[in-house]
Design a binder for this molecule. Structure first.
Ligand code: ATP
Ligand code: MG
Length: 770
C-alpha cells in the first residue's frame, strides 16, 4: 500500500489527518484543497476509521466526481463503485431513487431539465387559462426555483400583493402537475431530499449514523438549501452525527446569482463550532507571474476572509497581453498562438480558451473549425446546436426547401401560433394519404386548423418572397424578425442570451459570405456569382450544372443553401470525439476547479468582463473580480489575456475600453504583445485605463477630427455626413462617427452616448437630423 501522505506539505498533512470533527479548510486557488479532500478520504479508509460506505463527498460537477473516484481507485485497492461521491443533485437523486416511496414519488420519476421545466410551465399556464403576458412562464419558473432553493413550498411563501399571491397559487399548481406527471425539476431534487430527511426520523438517523464523514468541495458556492441539507445529514453532535470537512475559497465564490451564499462559510464555523480552521497558502499550480497577477487583482476586493498565495515554482513567463483590432482578429491570434504552443509539444487538451459570455464562443469556434483544430465546448451547446439557433435555422431551411418535415415540425408552432397537437396529427394523416410533405399537405386541411396552418405556410412563403433579392445576412435578419423569434425571446426574462445568440447569426452569415466569396449583395436564394469556369462545368445526374473541381465544392449552391450546409457540418463534424485530444472552450464559470498548462482569457473589455450587468448589482464588480481571479488561477505555465477594439455582439459592433482589471495587475508581470495603441476613442466615459487621460482625450479629438474631414471630403452618397447630429426613436440623440458602404447600402456607426455605439442601416433606420 502506498504512502498517501508523503506528497503533502505540513499544512496539507495537518488537514488530511485532522481528527473526526468538523473542519474548514480555507485556501486560495491551486493550493491543493481538492487534493487534500481526496487524500483525506483515502486516508480515512486506509487507516480503518471508516468504510467506503461511510463516506459522502460532494463535488461541484459530475466530471469532478468522476475524477475523484478515479484518483481514489488509484490510491486504494478498493472498488469505488457505489461510493456516495457526486454533486448535490446527483446524490439527492440517488437518495430519492432509494426511498422513492417515502418521498412519495413513482419509482420511475423523471428529472426535468430547465427547458423541460419551462415547457411544462407553459403547458400548465395554458391549460389553466392564465394570461401569460401577466404571468410569463419564465418569471414563474424563476419564482418557483428561487422559493425551492430557499427550502420553501408554496404554502410557506409569503405573498404581499395579488400578483405574488397568484404566483404562489401557480407554484402550488405546478407542483401538483409535476406530481401527476411523475417528474421533478433540479431544485425539487434537493428540496424533496431535505423534506424526506426532515420528516422521516428513522431514515434521517440511519443516514446520520451511516455517513460518518461528509466532505464538501467548493463549499463557498453552496446555497442555503444545500447547507441545510448538510446540517440535517450531519446531525448534531449530541445525536452522534458525522463530521463535515468543508474546503473552499471565498475569493472563488462566483454563483451568487444562483443563490449561492458565501456566508455559509462563517455560518458553518459557528453552527458546527469549528475548531479546526486550516489555511493553505502554498500554491502548486501556477508560476510566479501568474500568481502575482491573481494576488494583485483580488487584493482590490474588500470583505475577504484573508489569505495569500505563494509559489516555489519561480516567476516563469510573464502574462502575455494582446490587443486585437476585432473579435475576428482575436480569434485568429488565438489560433496562431495555439499552433505555436502545440509546436512546443503541448497537448491540445492542455490549452483552454475562456470567455465571460457564451455568445463569444462562436467566432472562436469558427476560427478553430476553419483551422481544422479539434475542440470541445464545455457547459454549453456548440453554437449551431443551440435551440434558438436551430429554430432560426429551421425557418431558413423551410425557405430553402419547404419539404423538410423536421424543420417544419420544429417551428410550425414555435413561437406558438395556436397550432395544436391534434392539428399536426391530422396534417400528418393528410400527408400520409397524399404522399406529400407536411408543408404540401396543408392545403388539404380545413377548418380552424386549416387556417392556422395556412397562415404558417403564408409566413414561410412571404418571407421567402420578401428576401429573394437580399444578401444572406440581411435575409437572416429579416427571418429572425418575421419568424417572431426575436420578439418571443425578448419577452422572456432570461432570453437575453438567446437573443444574443440569434443576433450572432447575422454576424455568422456576414462572415460566411465574406469568406466564401459570395459577392456583396448577391441574392441569397439565387445562383451565386461564381459560375462554373469553362471546363469545370459538369452535369449531375439530374442534369443540373455542378461545379466540380475535386468534388470539394460539389454544387453551385445559393448562398443560403451553402450556409445551411455549413451550419450542419460545423455542428456535427468538428465536435471532438470522446477521448480525442481537443482544445477546451468554456465560460469562466465552468472552468472552476480545473487547470491547464496554457489559458487564454478573452474579451477583457469593459462591459463584457466585467460584465455590464454587474454594474446593476451590489458588489457586482467584486463578483466579476472573483471570476477573473478564477480565470487567472486556471493556468499553470502560460497565461494569455486579450481584448479587442471592436467586437460584434448582440448583432451590433461594440467598441469597448479594455477591462479595468488590467489596471489591477502588476505591470512587471505583463508582457504587451501588441503596441499600446489607443482603443475606444469615443467611449463616452472617463478612461479607466493606464493610459494618460489627457492623451486619451487628445487622441479622441484627433481621430474624430480626422475621420470627419476624410468623410466629408469623400462624400458617400448616403445623404448623411460623418459628424452630423441625429436622433433615433429608441436610442436618443447621437453623432454619426463613421459611414460604410455606398448609396442604398450605407451603414452608419452612431455614438448615442448613453445608449452606446450602434451600427444602423441607413436605408432602414429612421433617423432625424437635429
Ligand atoms: P482550486 O481552488 O482551483 O479548486 P485547489 O485548491 O483545489 O484549486 P488542487 O486542484 O487540489 O487545488 O491542486 C492544484 C494542483 O497542485 C494540482 O495539480 C495538484 O495535484 C497540485 N498539488 C497540490 N498539492 C501538492 C503538493 N503538496 N505537491 C505537489 N503538487 C501538489
Ligand atoms: Mg479544487
Amino acid at each position: 500500500m502506498q504512502n498517501l501522505l508523503h506528497n503533502l506539505n505540513p499544512e496539507q498533512l495537518a488537514a488530511v489527518t485532522l481528527p473526526s470533527q468538523s473542519a474548514l479548510i480555507l485556501a486560495g486557488a491551486g493550493s491543493g484543497k481538492t487534493r487534500v479532500l481526496t487524500t483525506r478520504i483515502a486516508w480515512l479508509i486506509q487507516t480503518g476509521q471508516v468504510s467506503p460506505a461511510g463516506i459522502m463527498a460532494v463535488t461541484f460537477t459530475n466530471k469532478a466526481a468522476k475524477e475523484m473516484l478515479t484518483r481514489l481507485s488509484s490510491m486504494l485497492p478498493i472498488n469505488t463503485r457505489g461510493m456516495w461521491i457526486g454533486t448535490f443533485h446527483g446524490l439527492c437523486n440517488r437518495l430519492l431513487r432509494t426511498h422513492y416511496k417515502d418521498a412519495a414519488l413513482p419509482q420511475a420519476f423523471q428529472i426535468l431539465d430547465s427547458q423541460d421545466q419551462l415547457s411544462l410551465i407553459k403547458r400548465m399556464l395554458k391549460a389553466a387559462n392564465v394570461d401569460d403576458e401577466k404571468y410569463p412562464a419564465k418569471n414563474l419558473m424563476y419564482f418557483i426555483n428561487n422559493a425551492k432553493d430557499q427550502g420553501l413550498r408554496a404554502h410557506a411563501v409569503e405573498a404581499y400583493d395579488p400578483i405574488e399571491r397568484k404566483m404562489v397559487e401557480l407554484y402550488e399548481l405546478y407542483d401538483q402537475q409535476c406530481q401527476r406527471e411523475g417528474v421533478v425539476d433540479f431544485a425539487e431534487l434537493l428540496l424533496r431530499s431535505y423534506e424526506l430527511l426532515a420528516r422521516n426520523g428513522p431514515l434521517r438517523h440511519h443516514y446520520q449514523m451511516r455517513f460518518r464523514h461528509i466532505l464538501v468541495d467548493e463549499f463557498q458556492d453552496t446555497n442555503d438549501l444545500q447547507y441545510n441539507l448538510l446540517k440535517l445529514l450531519a446531525g448534531h453532535s449530541e445525536e452522534g452525527g458525522g463530521a463535515i470537512f468543508a474546503v473552499g475559497d471565498d475569493d472563488q465564490s462566483i454563483y451568487a446569482f444562483r443563490g449561492a451564499n458565501v456566508g455559509n462559510m462563517q455560518a458553518f464555523e459557528r453552527d458546527f463550532r469549528v475548531e479546526n480552521l486550516i489555511k493553505l497558502e502554498q500554491n502548486y499550480r501556477s508560476h510566479g507571474h501568474i500568481l502575482d497577477s491573481a494576488n494583485f487583482l483580488i487584493a482590490n476586493n474588500t470583505k475577504r476572509l484573508g489569505k495569500n498565495l505563494r509559489t516555489d515554482a519561480g516567476q516563469g513567463e510573464q502574462v502575455r497581453v494582446y490587443e486585437a483590432s476585432s473579435d475576428l482578429e482575436e480569434a485568429q491570434w488565438i489560433i496562431e498562438e495555439s499552433k505555436s504552443l502545440m509546436g512546443e509539444g503541448l497537448l491540445r487538451k492542455e490549452i483552454a480558451i475562456l470567455y465571460r459570455s457564451n455568445a463569444q464562443s462562436r467566432v472562436i469556434e469558427h476560427a478553430l473549425f476553419a483551422a481544422g483544430i479539434p475542440y470541445t465546448v464545455y457547459g454549453g451547446l456548440r453554437y449551431f446546436q443551440r435551440a434558438e439557433v436551430k429554430h432560426a435555422i429551421a425557418y431558413l431551411q423551410l425557405m430553402d426547401n419547404p419539404h423538410n418535415d423536421s424543420a417544419f415540425l420544429r417551428v410550425v408552432n414555435f413561437p406558438t401560433r395556436g397550432i395544436g397537437v391534434r392539428s399536426i396529427e391530422q396534417l400528418q394523416m393528410a400527408a400520409d394519404t397524399y404522399g406529400v410533405s407536411l408543408f404540401a399537405a396543408v392545403p388539404y386541411m380545413t377548418g380552424k386548423a386549416g387556417t392556422s396552418l395556412g397562415n404558417f405556410v403564408k409566413l414561410v412563403e412571404s418571407a421567402r418572397f420578401e428576401t429573394q433579392q437580399l444578401a444572406l445576412p440581411e435575409m437572416v435578419r429579416v427571418v429572425l424578425e418575421r419568424s417572431t423569434l426575436l420578439d418571443f425571446y425578448q419577452k422572456e426574462k432570461e432570453g437575453a442570451d438567446r437573443i444574443e445568440n440569434l443576433e450572432q447569426m447575422v454576424n455568422a452569415a456576414t462572415q460566411f459570405v465574406q469568406e466564401e466569396g459570395f459577392g456583396q449583395g448577391a441574392p441569397a436564394h439565387l445562383g451565386p456569382q461564381a459560375l462554373p469556369q469553362a471546363g469545370d462545368a459538369i452535369l449531375n445526374q439530374d442534369g443540373i450544372e455542378v461545379f466540380d473541381s475535386d468534388a470539394a465544392l460539389p454544387t453551385v449552391m445559393s448562398p443560403l443553401s451553402a450556409f445551411l450546409s455549413h451550419a450542419s457540418l460545423e455542428a456535427g463534424d468538428a465536435q471532438a470525439q470522446a477521448g480525442q485530444d481537443a482544445m477546451q472552450l468554456m465560460t469562466v464559470h465552468s472552468a472552476k476547479g480545473l487547470e491547464f498548462d496554457a489559458v487564454f482569457i478573452t474579451g477583457l473589455e469593459e462591459g463584457l468582463f466585467p460584465h455590464e450587468s454587474s454594474a446593476r448589482e451590489t458588489e457586482g464588480v467584486d463578483e466579476e473580480r472573483r471570476l477573473m481571479y478564477v480565470a487567472i488561477t486556471r493556468a499553470r505555465r502560460r497565461l494569455y489575456m486579450s481584448f479587442t477594439q471592436q467586437r460584434m455582439l448582440h448583432g451590433q459592433t461594440r467598441f469597448n475600453m479594455k477591462s479595468r482589471f488590467f489596471d489591477e495587475l502588476p505591470e512587471e508581470s505583463l508582457k504587451w504583445l501588441s503596441p499600446r495603441v489607443q482603443t475606444s476613442w469615443f467611449a463616452g466615459r472617463k478612461s479607466q485605463t493606464a493610459w494618460d487621460d489627457a492623451e486619451f482625450r487628445n487622441g479622441t479629438d484627433n481621430r474624430i477630427a480626422q475621420q470627419i474631414s476624410q468623410k466629408s471630403a469623400n462624400g458617400n452618397g448616403s445623404g448623411w455626413r460623418v459628424g452630423e447630429s441625429v436622433a433615433h426613436a429608441k436610442f436618443g440623440e447621437g453623432v454619426i462617427v463613421n459611414i460604410e458602404g455606398g448609396a442604398g447600402a450605407a451603414r452608419a456607426q452612431i455614438n448615442f452616448g448613453k445608449a452606446g455605439m450602434k451600427v444602423l442601416d441607413l436605408s432602414v433606420a429612421k433617423l432625424e437630423r437635429v
